[in-house]
Design a protein around this ligand. Structure first.
Ligand code: SF4
Ligand code: SF4
Length: 317
């Protein structure tokens, strides 16, 4: 392992070590099953790596801590009263366009809609909604260039706060139309990335994060779950694998060698996988790390569309 300071071993100064995150995640398992939440939850349930979460909170600089508190405070309005009179949805396609326009007006960068799938749900949770409106919001790239410092950590939390405001306002507007809707953001008991992929917003990169053509991985994701009848988007092919199979940028730059060169089988699905036990302690030590996101070529502002065109042009026939 490369020499780093502070040592990522510090958060493991537990009297009892947590169960390996890779084991909990189902690395090597060939059967489909729901994910088990380990870390970074809403606080509703005790998680195996909760002590690392506490460590993370305690070492955060005051500004990040404060923004996080504000964010959690905003999330008290994630759900709320529903209008007694329900506005009927005659044309789901038309309504999807209206809801997407509304999300953009409320601050979203990109929006997609999909059904609420099993792969987005953690074991032991059961939100009873039909579909998901997934929202992306970019982070400030100049601030994120300071990754592993407090400055980038503060920008991450600022973006979370913005996107929280957007999805809360969107959920409130849907409830005012008489339909159930609940906002999910940072620390939510929901897997946003599978929903974003299904909603056609991007694909999974080798670094384990979503890549979209608009912002690369330099964004935050949040979701509104609802029962409103809406037309759903389809997954897109933006040639992420075309680049990831040959590119090693994130693999080389990850300070703890957490990013592998090959896809692995995780709970019955072959996909890119980041070694949780290596990444999480370093992540907690460094106000959210994010090196792999920053160095990814897709994240360079304005580069995505050109990169996509170039990658597609290289495909045979
Ligand atoms: S840095 Fe390269 S390998 Fe890593 S996610 Fe980005 S394109 Fe893929
Ligand atoms: S967040 Fe940091 S430690 Fe984790 S995989 Fe990315 S570069 Fe490695």
């Amino acid at each position: 392992m490369k020499k780093i300071f502070p040592s990522p071993k510090l958060p493991f100064a537990y009297r009892h070590k947590p169960v390996s995150g890779n084991t909990i995640n189902g690395l090597g398992e060939t059967t489909l099953r729901r994910a088990t939440q380990i870390f970074h939850g809403s606080g509703a349930r005790q998680l195996e790596w909760a002590r690392l979460e506490i460590f993370f909170a305690l070492i955060n600089p005051f500004k990040v801590y404060w923004l996080n508190l504000v964010n959690r405070w905003l999330l008290r309005n994630a759900d709320g009263p529903i209008a007694a009179v329900q506005q009927p949805v005659v044309d789901a396609r038309q309504k999807s366009q209206e809801i997407k326009a509304l999300a953009l007006e409320l601050g979203a960068g990109v929006v997609g809609i999909t059904h609420l799938s099993e792969q987005a749900l953690y074991k032991g949770t059961n939100p009873q909604y039909a579909r998901a409106i997934v929202v992306l919001l970019p982070m400030d790239n100049e601030e994120m260039a300071y990754v592993t410092t407090n400055r980038a950590g503060a920008e991450t939390m600022r973006a979370y706060m913005e996107i929280t405001r957007t999805v809360i306002a969107l959920s409130q507007r849907i409830r005012s139309m008489g339909w159930r809707a609940r906002a999910y953001c940072e620390g939510a008991d929901l897997l946003h990335i599978p929903l974003a992929i299904e909603a056609g917003l991007g694909q999974l990169g080798k670094h384990g994060s979503l890549i979209c053509k608009e912002y690369g991985s330099g964004m935050r994701i949040a979701t509104v779950l609802t029962d409103m009848p809406l037309a759903e988007d389809k997954p897109v092919d933006i040639a992420v694998d075309d680049l990831c199979v040959g590119c090693r940028r994130c693999t080389i730059d990850c300070p703890v060698d957490a990013i592998g060169d090959r896809k692995q089988t995780v709970r019955g699905v072959e996909k890119w996988y980041v070694d949780f036990d290596k990444c999480a302690p370093y992540f907690a030590h460094t106000v959210g790390c994010g090196i792999c996101i920053e160095v990814c070529p897709w994240t360079k502002p304005g580069r995505g569309p050109g990169l996509l065109e170039k990658l597609l042009s290289k495909r045979p026939g």
